[in-house]
Design a protein around this ligand. Structure first.
Ligand SMILES: Nc1nc2c(c(=O)[nH]1)N[C@H]1C(S)=C(S)[C@@H](COP(=O)(O)O)O[C@H]1N2
Ligand SMILES: [Mo]
Length: 183
């Protein structure tokens, strides 16, 4: 009986608005679409104008904070960006590790940035290449207004299959990723 009461109490505590808002603080990325894990409710067009403008609709989603991204295994990529330009040191978790948080089950993702720029990336490419969701460059966190809050960075200098790739799939300002399944 006592154990049951403790279980109920801790379940109630986990649902209080205070702990929900603590979890929401610092959300930088929303994963939606074909996912099995979720930690938030439907998109609300009244209070989510960018999602509304970009047509990002969902009944549920998995939101990720900067702190959560920092707790994933960090990978470094030394690479030219823009292509042929300055050498930069990017750091962040592997994109596939970030997506795994939401228990995805699709074969494609649609990445959306805060300026509305959008790219389709196949799951096969995400598995085949160690693309990261960078959160820092040259030791500095990626700022809003710059490449932040997060940026897709590909190891084109070391992964021979990526040699010479263009910057098209190097999205800066990434805010949402939809997991989709081909019909
Ligand atoms: N968020 C965002 N990321 C982006 C783009 C963009 O328009 N928005 N353009 C892509 C392309 S096509 C290139 S060549 C490079 C540089 O684009 P820019 O000069 O428009 O920033 O960023 C890539 N990442
Ligand atoms: Mo481009």
């Amino acid at each position: 009986m006592r154990i049951l009461l403790i279980m109920i109490a801790s379940m109630l505590a986990a649902c209080t608005p205070a702990s929900q808002s603590a979890e929401r603080a610092g959300v930088v990325l929303t994963l939606h679409g074909d996912i099995a894990a979720s930690n938030r409710a439907a998109m609300d067009p009244q209070i989510e104008p960018l999602f509304n403008t970009f047509g990002l609709e969902f009944e549920q989603a998995y939101v990720v904070s900067g702190a959560q991204l920092a707790r994933l295994a960090q990978h470094d990529i030394q690479v030219d960006y823009p292509a042929g330009g300055a050498q930069r040191a990017f750091r962040g978790p592997l994109l596939r590790d970030v997506l795994a948080l939401a228990m995805p089950r699709g074969d494609n993702v649609v990445v959306t940035a805060l300026d509305g720029y959008q790219r389709d990336i196949s799951w096969q490419r995400i598995e085949a290449h160690d693309v990261i969701l960078a959160t820092s460059m040259d030791g500095q966190p990626l700022p809003m207004g710059g490449f932040g809050p997060a940026m897709l960075v590909w190891p084109r200098a070391t992964d021979r299959a990526l040699a010479g790739m263009s910057d098209d799939d190097w999205l800066w300002g990434v805010i949402a990723i939809e997991i989709t399944t081909s019909p």
